[in-house]
Design a protein around this ligand. Structure first.
Ligand SMILES: [Zn+2]
Length: 323
């Protein structure tokens, strides 16, 4: 199921075991087949062709200026026989970054991945997401949390090591659970799902509830706690794992679940959600079709696991009715 999710079609072989060998990494960077994807300010470099974003894999022979100005150069992996690197122009101001791009790769520009992922091929969207996540991790770990010393990239960008105390740090992601909660009404027999609107969203987007996994907590416990905290509902079934999705926006993996509740009386935590409601499959289909949708409600973007959980649930409707 996860193969259909955006950002899950990674085309690279990572060769993590070889990244400890500096001479091997040096060989890859010197390979004529090597290419470079470029990042700046958590945006990915693309080329607009007739207003359509096209991915840019810069040949290594054309990347000297970019590599010379990059804060980090990260080995991402091999696509077939070609080593692929990411170069992050982090810490350059916009004017300087634009100047370098103009000289190194004329006609290119930087764009936020989530704005363009729907028109990129799934492999590129996955690779760009991976590069973005690693670049962010480097930016967030400039200094050692133990002694305050400067952290330096090692192992092709897959480790950072303190220049003073030699503490090693490896790329970390924050696990977050995301769950579609169902409730079958005892009044009309209709099964509905719970969607909430985050206080952070200006648009009227209603999505599945989600939250970070706490220390000392299983994924299932996190699902139960988040539903209780955000909507005041008691989960009545064991949460069932559905699928996962890398979510480097900026540094998570989303772990999708399905669970049920017998309790339909929502009590919204207004620190997290401005609203939460029960939606029938027909109501959600009306939002998608934008018919009978006077409030102008929206569902989450199609690149998200939230949308996959919702779409999968809607598609099960015929089966549910038959039962
Ligand atoms: Zn240190």
């Amino acid at each position: 199921m996860s193969a259909a999710l955006q950002y899950c079609a990674m085309p690279l072989t990572r060769h993590t075991d070889k990244c400890r060998d500096p001479s091997w990494l040096k060989q890859q960077l010197a390979s004529d087949a090597a290419t470079v994807v470029v990042l700046w300010a958590q945006q990915n470099m693309i080329r607009l062709v007739d207003d359509n974003p096209q991915p840019v894999y810069l040949p290594i022979s054309e990347a000297a200026l970019i590599l010379g100005n990059a804060k980090e150069v990260i080995y991402l992996g091999h696509q077939d026989q070609s080593p692929v690197f990411a170069a992050d122009l982090a810490y350059l101001d916009e004017k300087e970054a634009v100047r370098i791009l103009h000289h190194a790769a004329p006609g290119t520009t930087m764009m936020e991945l989530r704005q363009i992922s729907s028109v990129l091929d799934p492999e590129t969207a996955s690779l760009f997401a991976y590069a973005r996540g690693l670049a962010y991790w480097h930016q967030q770990n400039t200094f050692c949390s133990r002694c305050g010393g400067e952290m330096r990239s090692q192992q092709g960008g897959h480790c950072r090591c303190c220049s003073q105390c030699e503490k090693e740090l490896f790329p970390r992601i924050d696990p977050a659970v995301i769950m579609l909660i169902e409730c079958k009404s005892s009044k009309d027999g209709v099964t509905r799902c719970l969607l909430g609107r985050s206080t952070k969203w200006e648009k009227k987007v209603y999505s599945t509830l989600a939250g970070y996994v706490d220390t000392g907590e299983s994924l299932e416990q996190a699902v139960i706690r988040e539903v209780q905290e955000e909507a005041g509902l008691k989960v009545s079934s064991n949460p069932v794992y559905v699928a996962s999705q890398p979510w480097p926006f900026p540094g998570s993996v989303m772990l999708g679940f399905r669970a049920q509740t017998l309790d339909s009386a929502i009590q919204v935590d207004n620190d997290e959600l401005s609203d939460a409601r029960w939606f029938s499959r027909d109501q959600l289909q009306s939002i998608i079709d934008d018919t009978d949708n006077e409030e102008g409600l929206l569902l989450p973007s199609k690149d998200s696991i939230a949308r996959m959980l919702i779409d999968t649930w809607i598609a099960e409707g015929g089966q549910d009715e038959a039962n």
